[in-house]
Design a protein around this ligand. Structure first.
Ligand SMILES: [Zn+2]
Length: 620
């Protein structure tokens, strides 16, 4: 039902430019001011004109693009008033927690409200004397059935604040007034007002079109630090484009890194079409990994967009099958591109790749959910909050990690199968041509979002091998198989090996200072789990000898070999004493290292494979 309704809405939006140009409609006009930023409050006014008769349904968003839980932005809104075109106050009613209904208007409704916000990241609103850091769904009220109206926003900074605006909104001749063609674009446009410092450079597409890439950096770090950050960003940008062969046509001719690195910030990165909001509390120079990930998103998710996120539904959590591609493939490339651009060294890149593989090889979550099913968990794990415990630590693998590992497997498999003739870059380029480059009817809209079966079909085209694509789809996209990473990585002279070879292991057992109390959930298939031990059990004896601490427990295990059986006495959390036997295994922890670091040397073929995979693609 929901899918049907949304398909109809999408079709209506796509037809719009033919039947009624957006400028034929009265814009929605916002004014946002900050008279007392030290109290973390903004005053917002929004005017809806040309409102059809009946009740205007004004709402605060429940969700925000790029975040998959509901965040209930209505909670920080207060002192709401509504007026008609003559300035007479109207009565509002509240049909649900997110909505203000306004009846009895004369075709114009002006709503004023206050909103509180004090968290700098990519999702929320933060106001203080240093800046206003705005994620629009967290800040602006909107009205149902007016999504396609153009928008005008005017900001009024505090007097003598020295603030400027950094945003992907369309500029006007007034430096404080911006426009957006529709609600989707407006809500994709985070805006930072501050005394930020700006660095910029120009890039060019094969067709000759040029774009300005900007870094607007709000930080206490030095000018030199910002220069270093901007230089790193430029390397990343010029490396990332080699994957796709061209930049997207940024709607305003610019792409902006809206970077906020202050001591009280949350570490975060949030992707948008023509910008990213990146934040952290350390030196801005440490933000290049985040910049690499987020910039890749301007292709992968912002334009190569999975079904389920298009158009984004601000009224509920948005579900998609493909976050393992949208986030996971981006995770893989974020790391690969910093490596190719020379920002992280080859040992570090290889270690990251090994960690992706290890988490999927050893992750018990794979017993229960495929990458597609992990994506369905996003509304419950992506900055979601609840008070009841979950067992996600044993039943869930992040779609960032899982998808990153699938990307690694696919890249290496394609290279292995074709002797480097076809790579994951070719696959991403095919996805770009079919689903990203065609664009949408207006900035902010995507016409050809993909399904998981499209991934399979593009893979069949790129590889020229439909049977291979079908097999990969069944085993690694909708299935729970794990690739032979050790063999694939060995082609590049990389060894995936046991980190603690020969060491006995009872399970992932942590927690407990004064007693050997198990502090974390045990994963199915591990020795402690199979022996019936679980979180909050306290181990009292091994083989008849008392155990007083978790450290002592670890020392006793270390005296054994994999395959040994130990007798364990323990108490459940209700005090009931029990005993069991644990069959120890070898510690399964894995690491990836260069063959050079194991005392070997790569062959010429391994060296060539590695360079083609991890080397820079610029100037080739
Ligand atoms: Zn991401």
């Amino acid at each position: 039902m929901r899918t049907l309704v949304r398909a109809v809405v999408a079709a209506a939006v796509m037809l719009l430019p033919l039947s009624a140009p957006p400028d034929a409609q009265a814009p929605v006009v916002y004014k946002v001011s900050f008279p007392a930023p030290e109290h973390h409050v903004a005053n917002v006014e929004v005017v809806f004109s040309g409102v059809s008769a009946g009740t205007l349904q004004a709402r605060m968003s429940r969700s925000s693009p790029g975040r998959y839980a509901v965040h209930e932005f209505a909670k920080n809104v207060y002192d709401v008033h509504a007026f008609d075109g003559k300035g007479s106050e109207l009565v509002t009613s509240r049909p649900n927690p997110y909505q203000w209904d306004v009846a009895g208007h004369d075709g114009t409704v002006r709503i004023t409200y206050k909103i509180y916000g004090d968290l700098v990241d990519g999702t929320y609103l933060a106001i203080d004397p240093a800046h206003a850091h705005m994620n629009m769904p967290a800040t602006l009220m909107w009205a149902r059935r007016m999504d396609d109206r153009p928008v005008r926003v005017t900001f009024t900074p505090p007097a003598e604040s020295g603030w400027k605006a950094a945003t992907q909104l369309f500029p006007t001749s007034d430096p404080w007034t911006f426009t957006a063609p529709n609600l989707q674009y407006l809500f994709d446009s985070p805006t930072e007002l501050s005394a930020y410092r700006l660095r910029e450079f120009t890039v060019k597409n094969p067709d000759g079109k040029t774009f300005t890439i900007r870094a607007a950096v709000h930080t206490e770090s030095s000018d030199q630090d910002i220069d270093q950050y901007a230089a790193g960003v430029e390397k990343i940008v010029r490396e990332a484009v080699t994957v796709f062969g061209e930049y997207p046509e940024y709607d305003t001719g610019t792409y902006t890194f809206v970077a906020d690195y202050l001591p009280t910030n949350a570490g975060d990165g949030m992707e948008h079409r023509n910008s990213t909001a990146v934040s952290g509390r350390g030196n801005v120079r440490n933000g290049l990994g985040t910049a690499s990930h987020e910039f890749f998103h301007c292709w992968n998710v912002e334009r190569i967009r999975p079904q389920g996120l298009e158009p984004f539904n601000f009224e509920e959590a948005n579900l998609t099958d493909s976050l393992w591609v949208a986030e996971g493939f981006t995770q893989y490339y974020g790391s690969l591109i910093t490596g190719r651009a020379g920002i992280s060294d080859v040992k570090n890149t290889v270690r990251n790749m090994g960690n992706l593989a290890a988490e999927v090889i050893n992750g018990s979550g794979r017993q229960f959910r495929s990458p597609v099913e992990m994506s369905h968990m996003a509304p419950f794990v992506d900055a979601a909050r609840a008070v009841d415990p979950t067992n996600f630590s044993t039943t869930f693998i992040s779609y960032y990690t899982y998808g990153g590992a699938v990307a690694l497997a696919l890249d290496l498999t394609l290279r292995d199968k074709t002797d480097g003739r076809i790579t994951l870059d070719d696959f991403m380029r095919a996805m770009w041509k079919a689903h990203g480059k065609p664009g949408g009817p207006q900035p902010g809209l995507v016409a050809k979002p993909y399904a998981v079966t499209d991934l399979r079909d593009r893979l069949a085209e790129v590889s020229g091998d439909r049977a291979f694509a079908e097999d990969f789809y069944k085993r690694y996209m909708i299935g729970r198989d794990v690739a032979d990473y050790a063999r694939l990585m060995q082609r590049a002279g990389v060894v995936l090996r046991k980190r603690n070879a020969g060491r006995a292991w009872a399970g992932e057992i942590r927690g407990g200072q004064e007693a050997a109390r198990i502090g974390n959930l045990q994963a199915p298939g591990t020795p402690a789990y199979d022996a019936g031990l679980e979180q909050d059990d306290t181990i009292t004896e091994i083989d008849g000898k008392a155990i007083a601490s978790l450290q002592q427990f670890g020392e006793r295990i270390a005296g054994h070999k994999p395959g040994d059986t130990i007798s364990v006495s323990f108490k459940r959390r209700n005090g009931v004493a029990q005993s069991t036997k644990i069959v120890l295994t070898e510690d399964p922890a894995l690491e990836a290292v260069l063959i050079e670091d194991t005392g070997g040397a790569p062959t010429a073929a391994q060296k060539a494979f590695r360079d083609a995979w991890l080397g820079s693609k610029q100037n080739r």
